[in-house]
Design a protein around this ligand. Structure first.
Ligand SMILES: [Zn+2]
Length: 306
């Protein structure tokens, strides 16, 4: 696997519409090819506010990952970001008519199909990998995450729910676009039947249904079927990849996660960025290795060497 590659965007714009999971409001999303190395940029059309998909703009992440800037909150960005990470899209403008991304079928599958339909275009700039040189760890009670050096992107995720239909699930894989499409992108978000009352009482999951989430009762899923026997842990990896997209560069390392969630995923991303001795931006062989910081964070863009 090459350490660095050409940056990628879409070949054509593509549009998706639907309702948000938590607010149940309609939202139309246009994915527009980037003209230059902008990173992933969300543009909230009603306000005109633009929010880069970077860890420094994360607000809360109790049940979904929310980006916040200038009074605008964009909710549930992680499934789209996961599809972009999985397929290697580095630069893109995401125009939104609402403040929560559509939940669609609860997975990243519809985003993957939209990206495939639009086509992927190579850009005339590099996308240098953020290569981990030393381990970085974060912990919260019995939940922990660690990233260590690895030549590629590898993930080992364990969930352990006190629930008979989910229980303990572990999955480990090296992430490639092919494996993402086949093994991860279609895994749907999930919840426990016992939590629905509580979420509704807090005004959350108003748009949730068996069409966009797996709901587990103690006897098993209320949905007709699962897409994978261990769909829950696969979805957690999907979420993790979306949150790691907030690093702003393709990642090279081995990520271990134990009972983690959005908050700890984002903590790890922030801990990596804060620990500058733990990583380097790996340029292509023909270029000089080095580290370039743009503005307040990383931009995965460097001039393509002649
Ligand atoms: Zn999710």
């Amino acid at each position: 696997m090459p350490r660095s590659r050409h940056a990628q965007t879409l070949a054509h714009p593509v549009t998706l519409s639907g309702h948000g999971l938590h607010g149940d409001l309609p939202c139309t999303v246009v994915l527009r090819p980037a003209e230059h190395a902008s990173g992933i940029l969300f543009r909230h059309l009603p306000s005109g506010v633009e929010i880069p998909a970077r860890a420094e703009f994360v607000g809360d992440c109790s049940l979904a990952t929310t980006l916040v800037r200038d009074g605008v909150r964009l909710q549930t960005v992680e499934h789209l970001l996961s599809a972009l990470m999985g397929l290697g899209i580095d630069h893109l403008t995401v125009e939104l008519t609402g403040a929560e991304l559509p939940i669609l079928d609860g997975s990243a599958g519809p985003w993957v199909r939209a990206i495939q339909e639009a086509g992927i275009r190579q850009m005339a700039v590099w996308a240098p990998a953020l290569r981990i040189l030393r381990p970085v760890e974060v912990q919260s009670g019995d939940k922990w995450m660690r990233i260590s050096p690895y030549p590629g992107l590898r993930v080992a995720y364990t969930i352990d729910f006190d629930h008979p239909a989910i229980g303990r699930q572990t999955r480990e894989l090296t992430v490639t676009p092919e494996k993402y499409v086949r093994d991860l992108g279609r895994a749907r978000t999930f919840c426990m039947e016992r939590d629905i009352e509580y979420m509704r009482s807090r005004g959350l999951a108003k748009g949730g249904s068996l069409d966009n989430a797996v709901v587990f009762s103690p006897e098993g899923p209320l949905n007709d079927s699962l897409r994978f026997e261990d769909e829950a842990v696969r979805h957690k990896i999907l979420d993790l990849l979306g949150d790691l997209m907030l690093l702003g560069a393709p990642l090279e390392g081995f990520v271990e996660a134990h009972r983690a969630g959005h908050a700890l995923h984002v903590d790890l991303a922030r801990a990596i960025l804060a620990n500058e001795n733990a990583w380097t931006l790996e340029m292509a062989e023909t270029a000089t290795p080095g580290r370039h910081l743009f503005g307040h964070g990383l931009a995965a863009a460097h001039a393509f060497p002649a």
